[in-house]
Design a protein around this ligand. Structure first.
Ligand code: ZN
Length: 183
């Protein structure tokens, strides 16, 4: 799922709004500041952000079909990812960006972002294209991560073999169903 190219979302209904609420709960539980739909096995272009990472602080944003443009400057900072627990690395990204998207009410959202928000929006938009922050590390840093990552992959395959995680066919079937309904 983390390598899945997510499809534009064309429909918002009560069920999707409920799922987005659950995504916020999950993100706060994991002390995250952003979460993309494919991190919770959903194939549509949607992610959520709260730069404060707490339910009673900061502002909750839902980005649907986001488009990032006008990158300016560069900034290097450590990133992690809720889908890759225990992995951290320095990632260089544009320091400032423009983003346009829709919210759950179908309203257009346009913003010039910098700092943490710019970074989170880029990290989450990457997710929707199947790109992970580990793909953007320096060669040395990514070589260091290779052994623990293969180990994680092996553990996952082991779980699939034992029926503790759905196999590829089951995942594909579920994806097709979501895409039929929402994309
Ligand atoms: Zn992530």
């Amino acid at each position: 799922m983390l390598r899945h190219q997510s499809k534009p979302l064309v429909r918002v209904d009560a069920e999707l709004k409920k799922i987005v609420r659950e995504m916020f709960d999950l993100m706060y539980e994991a002390n995250g500041v952003g979460l993309a739909a494919n991190q919770v096995d959903l194939p549509m272009r949607l992610f959520i952000v709260n730069a404060m990472g707490k339910p009673d602080e900061g502002e909750e944003y839902v980005f649907i079909n986001p488009v990032v443009s006008k990158p300016k400057g560069t900034d290097e900072k450590e990133e992690g990812c809720l889908s890759l627990p225990g992995f951290y690395g320095e990632v260089t990204r544009p320091a400032r960006i423009h983003v346009s998207a829709y919210n759950l009410e179908g309203e257009e959202l346009e913003a010039d972002l910098e700092g943490l928000l710019a970074r989170v929006v880029q990290h989450e938009t990457d997710h929707l294209d199947g790109v992970l922050f580990i793909d953007r590390l320096s060669t040395t840093a990514s070589m260091d991560m290779e052994p623990p990552l293969s180990q994680m992959q092996n553990q996952y395959e082991e779980r699939v073999r034992h029926g503790d995680a759905p196999d590829e066919d089951a995942v594909a079937e579920r994806l097709a169903e979501w895409e039929n309904n929402y994309c």
